[in-house]
Structures are given as structure tokens and as C-alpha cells.
Design a protein around this ligand. Sequence first.
Ligand SMILES: C[S@@+](CC[C@H](N)C(=O)[O-])C[C@H]1O[C@@H](n2cnc3c(N)ncnc32)[C@H](O)[C@@H]1O
Length: 242
Amino acid sequence: MVFRIRKLRVRGDSQIADVFARFERQKEAFLADNAAVFEEIEATIKHTNDLGKLPLWEEYKNVENYGRVIDDNPKRRMQDVRTKAEFCQFYTWLVSQMKPNAVLEFGAAFGASGMYWLAGLNICNRGKMYSFEPNEIWNSIAQSNFDTVSDRHVLTLGTFEDNIGLITDKVNIALIDAIHTRDFVVKQFELVRSVADKGALVLFDDINFSDDMKACWSEISQSDEFASVWQLSSRVGIVELP
Ligand SMILES: C[S@@+](CC[C@H](N)C(=O)[O-])C[C@H]1O[C@@H](n2cnc3c(N)ncnc32)[C@H](O)[C@@H]1O
């Protein structure tokens, strides 16, 4: 798959359109400049993946409209749930361009996307990442993976919804990457908006995960209240808040 930023809609008040327009021009040099950092993160991921399959958060067994079968003893490797490297590298680049005060992501899982957000904060030498993960085993692995990159993070053991009060900065970039169903995502998006700054970007992972998620993204992306709407290939939806 070729990674591509797809423009769905851009209004005149968009601040991010010019930033995204720079990506293709800057990509090669950015990847070369950060090759060592990305290699180190991927080595950490390989090490975690080698731990094998570890139990999924038990709440997955109770999710309605999940769109995938969850068996009686579900377990996953890091590789099964992580954000792919090309998307992660884009996240680092995005942070390096936006220089956010705060990045929010949930869930952390084993920490792949989080390590790449942190690599971006290292480049800016500013900002903080808030991350949430209710799976005790995965959370502690994510914690030590994040620490290999930076201490600019607050990782909470628990759900985003139950712990939103711990976010004490206005969020400039948010990634919703938890349970991929409309019921969860629509409510989480409303909560994200309550802590987001003007002009924040909200990213929705796995917009084609199921028919239910396709409908969810279609509904969100067709609203004309956003300054701009984008997709990263067919995987991630992005809205720019007004
Ligand atoms: C697809 S994985 C996230 C992958 C991760 N962002 C990465 O790139 O490695 C989804 C994670 O969300 C967690 N999760 C599910 N519901 C959550 C919630 N309400 N708040 C925070 N995390 C949640 C799950 O336990 C799981 O670890």
C-alpha cells in the first residue's frame, strides 16, 4: 500500500492544508534525518512482539457490533494491534510541524503510536503526550516502551472516558484508536472536543474496520462543521476542528 494524504474537503479557514501540502516535499529528507530514531523504535517493537501473544482487555468480550469474532481467551501480539510504521512516521512528522502543547491518544496498547508521537515531541523539545490504556499488562509494557523514547508522557491505567479529568492542557492533536465501533467513537469524539484546542486535529484509526465504522466515518466526514477533512490512505480519518 502506498501511503497517501487524501484531501476530502478544505475550507478557507483551514490552517493545516498548507502543512499537509509540505509532506511529500519533506518526506524523504525527514525519513533520512530520523532514520536512527525510527530504527530504535522498531527494535523496541520487535522486542515487545517477541514476548508473544498477551491477553486482550476483557471488555472486548462485551462489545456490541464489534465486526470481528472475539474468542473465549483472546490474545494479541504487538504486531497484531500496532499502527503501521509509515503512519507512525507521519505522526512524528506531524508533531514536528505542529509543535503541539499536548497530544492525546487512546488506547496505548503496547505503545507503538505513542513512541512515534514522543519522537515528534523530542524533535520540538516541547509538549506532552496523554495516553490511556486499561489493559494492565499492556499498559506496563507501553510505559517502559514510552520511557525508551522520552519522559514527555502521562500514561494512565484506565479508559480515556473515566480519566479525562487528568488532561490539564488543551489538546492540539488527538488519535482515537480504541474500540472501533460507532457507539464508542461518537461518544469519545464528543469528549475529545471538550479538551481540544481551536484548530486541533482529531484522527480516527481504522475507519474501514467494519460496516459500522465505515458508517461512523461517513457521518463524521460529511459534516460541514470542520475546517478540513482528510484521509490517510483508506485507514485513518482526520478532521480539523474550527
Ligand atoms: C488498536 S489498539 C491501539 C494501538 C496503538 N495505538 C498502537 O499504535 O500501538 C486499541 C487499544 O485500545 C485500548 N482501549 C480500548 N478501549 C479503550 C478506552 N475506552 N480508553 C483507552 N484505551 C482503550 C485497548 O485495550 C487496546 O489496547
